[in-house]
Design a protein around this ligand. Structure first.
Ligand code: NI
Length: 136
């Protein structure tokens, strides 16, 4: 029997979608407004879901307080009120699309979670646009 425990989180961050190896015409045509040289912001929402067996001793799959603290230290402290392109090492050479951001978030959380827990992360870049990654 496997149960999924989820926690929502939030961060604000700026980004720019741009490839320095492309012409400005090509960057404009592929990335549109997201190629704005002065960056732009998003209110990112996050759902982190952890799946596993219930620990018979505690009755928990994961203590939500521990999950909350992992999200705070690994994601919110690292991304909130940051310019992803400039301030966050992982995006130094990686375009901070929603797809790439959700993979970075997944990898950071996976590294600190107990390895017998499965993880899925959903990242909302806008209320209508969102991406999910479960490590496959
Ligand atoms: Ni954007």
């Amino acid at each position: 029997m496997k149960i999924t425990v989820s926690r929502k989180a939030h961060f604000n961050a700026a980004h720019r979608l741009h490839r320095p190896d492309w012409s400005s015409e090509k960057n404009d045509s592929v990335f549109g407004k997201c190629n704005n040289p002065n960056f732009h912001g998003h209110n990112y929402d996050l759902t982190v879901s952890v799946t596993g067996e219930i620990d018979p001793e505690t009755g928990y799959v994961i203590d939500v307080k521990i999950l909350k603290d992992f999200i705070k230290t690994e994601i919110e402290d690292a991304f909130d009120h940051k310019n992803l392109n400039v301030d966050v090492l992982e995006f130094k050479n990686l375009n901070p699309t929603a797809e790439n951001i959700v993979v970075v978030i997944y990898n950071k959380l996976k590294a600190v979670l107990n390895s017998n827990l499965e993880l899925q992360v959903t990242l909302f870049e806008t209320p209508r646009n969102f991406v999910s990654y479960a490590g496959i």
